[in-house]
Design a protein around this ligand. Sequence first.
Ligand code: ZN
Length: 129
Amino acid sequence: MRQLKNASEVAVVRLKILAAQNYKCAVCGVSLKGKLRGGPTLDHDHDTGLVRGVLCKVCNTFEGKLRVLSIRYGNGKVNELQALRNMVSYRSIHTTPRTEYLYPVIKKRRKRGSVPITGVKGEDKNKTG
Ligand SMILES: [Zn+2]
């Protein structure tokens, strides 16, 4: 392992790894060719500092949010990868409907003083009592 010392070294290593990844994001595969400023990010483990690869901004943000949320997940008693595995498993089994329900379509609340555009679906406005 070699400790990178500054932003210049980070830039050199980012380019080297990006070339090894054929100028594609290591997660989603989007082309990062020609996007060398403000695009590709040298992803690393924030606990150990270990450089993992080069990600596009979206994947790097996604990875960071997963990390932060996984810390909250299970009150911090479940590690990040297990939290992800659990979510993948949950989402995978629900690609086939497991319940008989559809969540209601929620209309946006209207601003105070504005006139409603439509009524509530299925509700008869002239109905009394
Ligand atoms: Zn990506």
